[in-house]
Design a protein around this ligand. Structure first.
Ligand SMILES: Cc1cc2nc3c(=O)[nH]c(=O)nc-3n(C[C@H](O)[C@H](O)[C@H](O)COP(=O)(O)O)c2cc1C
Length: 369
């Protein structure tokens, strides 16, 4: 028997969603989607006709601790359950550590990739944090949407089995499996793309197209910055994304000589030079890590950028002037600006020294001065 997984203290976040335990205050949101035609039928349960039904199931979710609420923009729009699997449906996997994922999503949010986003994060949690060997997932034959969710998340067809729904109808359940090994291999393949991206990154100082950078993309870049490591986790770096043309113009008015004149957005990097421990301050390392994460995230999303630090921290203290215009308090220092936008010119790669001149194995093997 598998050890129970208790989700009551677990909160996971994705780009757009929070996966967290259900609360009594979710009742109205839960009833709103559970009463929609088509939502429950996909998983074999009838739409809730009364809020009392939703209350009973909600109590069950809270007591059982096996179901995440999917929170999107402050509302619960669906659920993701992690259940013991049925031996009948997954023969051969009975002795291993595994769970079956089941889900439901409000019709208002179908077709936007939210469920694959939630399932991917649940899989990461199950394989990485819990240490499971496999995850299972099923859908009724003919349910293309759910099949797509499972394909997108890397599940492989395992078999079919008859399924009697709570409505008393007979369905064919199409069952899929994802092993930890396959999940790790897929992650490795994705990592290779990321490594290629890292090598392809370089500074861009040309003109930008005027097309605005959507807030969603700016937020993803900021999140990448905040995800960077920091000495003793002091999180000394803060960020301000500027996409308002008026604010951009007021910043540009103090950048002399001008740089990044045409970018439709700019990220300003702030630091607080506090000690991590004793007299050790790692603020520079902290913001450097955050900046590199953001440069890579911007590239990954199709944008160009450049790390402008020297230019704004010289004796003329352009950074301080920008900080004043953005209302930054005195205990923060604005140390870098990163333009963000789509390149209008062709980006040029700088010449870098060969690998063997700067990196070695086991001992220094470069020219000795
Ligand atoms: C700490 C730091 C400060 C920088 N400041 C500036 C700057 O003020 N202006 C600029 O054009 N580039 C600046 N850069 C970008 C570097 O010039 C650039 O990273 C370097 O030439 C290597 O090119 P690459 O980024 O294309 O690999 C800075 C980079 C770092 C790491």
């Amino acid at each position: 028997m598998n050890a129970p997984i208790d989700l009551s203290g677990v909160t996971l976040t994705t780009e757009r969603l929070i996966l967290r335990p259900f609360r009594q205050t979710d009742l109205e949101d839960f009833f709103a989607y559970a009463s929609m035609d088509g939502v429950g039928q996909m998983a074999g349960w009838a739409p809730h006709r009364t809020i009392e039904t939703s209350q009973t199931i909600l109590n069950h979710f809270i007591a059982e601790k096996k179901t995440f609420a999917l929170e999107y923009q402050g509302r619960v729009i669906g659920s993701l359950g992690i259940e013991e699997y049925s031996e009948k449906e997954y023969p051969g996997f009975t002795e291993q550590k595994g769970r079956e994922i089941g889900y439901a999503l409000s019709r208002d949010h179908w077709g936007r990739g939210l469920m694959p986003e939630a399932v991917r994060e649940a899989l990461r949690y199950l394989f990485e944090d819990v240490g499971l060997d496999f995850a299972a997932c099923g859908h009724f034959a003919g349910n293309r949407q759910s099949a797509r969710v499972q394909e997108k998340c890397g599940f492989r067809f395992f078999g079919v089995s008859p399924y009697t729904t709570q409505l008393g109808t007979q369905e064919t359940s199409v069952n899929s499996i994802l092993t930890r090994q396959d999940w790790l291999s897929a992650r490795r393949e994705k990592a290779k793309e990321m490594l290629a991206l890292i090598e392809a990154r370089h500074s861009y100082r040309g003109a930008y197209k005027p097309s605005p950078v959507p807030r969603e993309d700016l937020t993803a870049i900021l999140r990448a910055g905040l995800a960077a490591p920091s000495g003793c986790n002091k999180q000394t770096t803060s960020l301000i994304a500027v996409d308002d043309p008026g604010v951009l113009a007021s910043i540009r008015a103090v950048i002399d000589p001008p740089v990044a004149e045409t970018s439709p957005a700019m990220i300003c990097v702030l630091t607080r030079r506090i000690n991590a421990y004793r007299d050790r301050c790692f603020a520079v390392q902290d913001y450097a890590a955050a900046i590199e994460n953001m440069l890579l995230a911007a590239n990954a999303l199709g944008y160009e950028s450049c790390w402008y630090e020297g230019h704004i921290t010289d004796a003329d203290r352009i950074g301080d002037q920008i900080a004043r215009r953005l209302g930054v308090p005195k205990d923060y220092e604005l140390v870098c600006i990163l333009p963000v936008g789509i390149a209008a010119d062709t980006p040029k790669a700088p010449v870098k020294k060969p690998f063997a001149e700067r990196a070695w194995f086991n001992a220094f093997a470069g020219e000795k001065g």
